[in-house]
Structure formats: structure tokens, C-alpha cells
Design a protein around this ligand. Structure first.
Ligand code: GRF
Length: 225
């Protein structure tokens, strides 16, 4: 089987990139990271990528006339590595519609909420402000509308009485890692793929997102009586 190539986009500390690298090293994720791309040359994700000897391209938006020009430069570099899948793992810039369409059905994003609840930023604080008892993370296909693409899978987390935005972020982080690794593994291994804007999993269309269970396995939601 030919090698499955991943391009990772990140703007932050890079813990999700690290989780993908660990899963590849452990033989769990049948893929290779062919490049790490960023809008922040000094971010943790770029340092981690360099330590692993990975190809990196980091371009500051302010060096470009506008969003379209920055996207064109960064995503031309992404196209150069010919990825099978682009994984947005904490890439904190909105990607222009033209660029999203260029990589249609080949780009996923990790988002820290149970979509469709709380697209956008500050999700932990918004969950608390809304008095919700459940939080989580989603992996979804990237489409031109922000955080609105079909969701492949989610992981859930109970919100405790004493939770703060920081404690929620801290508890969610390892579950996000497991979710991203499980979803990327399912796609790289051919169990999950996108067709006509819908996810197929084991050959069957998904009517609702898969759920990551406590053993880090993706499960179909079962209807409760
Ligand atoms: C994650 O919490 C993800 O949900 C959000 O950005 C964070 C990235 O963290 N979109 P890291 O850079 O992978 O550590």
C-alpha cells in the first residue's frame, strides 16, 4: 500500500502534532507527516517539527498584502508536498474560501466544542457562561463556512461545578489528542472518508458523528430507548 501523507497546520504549542507523531512512532497511525505549516514562525508546533527533522514552512501574515495572498503562499507550499490529508491542529487563522475549495474533501479540523454548539473562539468560557453540563471536541471536514463542515467524530467531557475555562482546556486536551489520532488513523487506514460532503465510515454514511469511547475507539452512537 502506498504511504499516506499528512500535512499538519498549526499555530500553537503543538501538543496535537506531538500526539500524531507519537501515534506514528508507535505504529498506530499508518501515515507520514510530510510537512508542518504555520502562520507563526515561533510557535511550539514549528519547534517540535524541526526537532523531528520535518519539513516546515511558516509565513507571517503581515508580510503579505491580504489574506488571499498569505493563503496562496502558504497553501502553495502545502500543495507542493502533495498531502493525502491536511490536518488543522490548532491553526488559528480563517482560511479563505478559494483555498478551502482547492483542498475540498482533504482537510479536517480539530475544534474544542461539541459542534454545532460554539463554533469560533473562546469555547471553554462560552460553555461555562451558557451553564452547560457537557463539553467536548469535534473533528470535522473543513468547508467554506467556519467550523460548519460535517463532523466525523466527537469526544465528550462532563463539566464540573468548579470548572474554569483553564481547567476545562486542561482536561479536554488529552481527549482531543486521542480524538485527533483516532480520526486521522481511520482516514489514513481507509475506514473513514468524505464523499459528496458526507462522511462514510466502514462503507456506511454517517447520520450523526461517531463518538470516541473511553478506550479511544470510534463508535457509532447507538439509539437509546
Ligand atoms: C487545541 O485545543 C484545539 O482544540 C484548538 O487549538 C488547540 C491546539 O493545541 N483548536 P496544540 O497547539 O495542538 O497544543
Amino acid at each position: 500500500m502506498s504511504e499516506f501523507k499528512l500535512a499538519v497546520l498549526a499555530s500553537g504549542r503543538g501538543s496535537n502534532l506531538q500526539a500524531l507523531l507519537r501515534a506514528i512512532d508507535a505504529g498506530q497511525l499508518p501515515a507520514r507527516i510530510v510537512g508542518v505549516f504555520s502562520d507563526k514562525p515561533k510557535c511550539g508546533a514549528i519547534s517540535i517539527a524541526r526537532e523531528h527533522g520535518l519539513h516546515t514552512v511558516a509565513l507571517k501574515p503581515r508580510d503579505y498584502a491580504d489574506r488571499a495572498a498569505h493563503d496562496e503562499a502558504l497553501f502553495s507550499a502545502v500543495a507542493d508536498v502533495q498531502p493525502d490529508l491536511i490536518v488543522c491542529a490548532g491553526y488559528l487563522r480563517i482560511i479563505s474560501d478559494a483555498t478551502v475549495r482547492r483542498f475540498e474533501d482533504r482537510m479536517i479540523n480539530l475544534h474544542p466544542s461539541l459542534l454545532p454548539r460554539h463554533p469560533g473562539l473562546d469555547t471553554h468560557a462560552r460553555v461555562l457562561a451558557a451553564g452547560e453540563t457537557e463539553h467536548g471536541a469535534s473533528v470535522h471536514a473543513v468547508i467554506p463556512a467556519l467550523d460548519a463542515g460535517p463532523v466525523l467524530a466527537q469526544v465528550r467531557l462532563d463539566v464540573g461545578k468548579g470548572d474554569t475555562p483553564e481547567s476545562l482546556a486542561e482536561r479536554l486536551s488529552p481527549r482531543e489528542h486521542a480524538l485527533l489520532v483516532a480520526c486521522t488513523t481511520a482516514i489514513a487506514g481507509g475506514r473513514a472518508w468524505l464523499a459528496g460532503g458526507r462522511w462514510l465510515f466502514d462503507g456506511q454514511a454517517l447520520d450523526q458523528p461517531l463518538r470516541l469511547d473511553n478506550h479511544d475507539q470510534l463508535q457509532r452512537e447507538t439509539a437509546h430507548a
